[in-house]
Design a protein around this ligand. Structure first.
Ligand SMILES: [Zn+2]
Length: 76
């Protein structure tokens, strides 16, 4: 079985990896609830996109959970 002639130095490995760091997400502000969201996506907190409600975020929640969520959106 063929083997590499010599191993890569730590320096060479680190230089290659210098480009693989994660960059900060460029987050936009939701115009409806004001939280930071990924741009061009439906807001996961209030379910709005372009001033229209796309997702019913209260679906499947109990009365108590619904009240808490409503308060959360109001406060933001
Ligand atoms: Zn929102």
């Amino acid at each position: 079985m063929a083997l590499p002639a010599r191993h890569h130095s730590r320096s060479r490995i680190n230089k290659r990896r210098s480009h693989s760091a994660l960059k900060n997400l460029n987050l936009a502000k939701c115009p409806h609830c004001g939280r930071k969201i990924v741009p061009h996506r439906v807001c996961p907190y209030c379910g709005y996109y372009q001033e229209k409600e796309i997702i019913d975020v209260y679906r499947g929640l109990s009365k108590k959970e619904k009240k808490i969520k409503e308060k959360e959106i109001e406060n933001k």
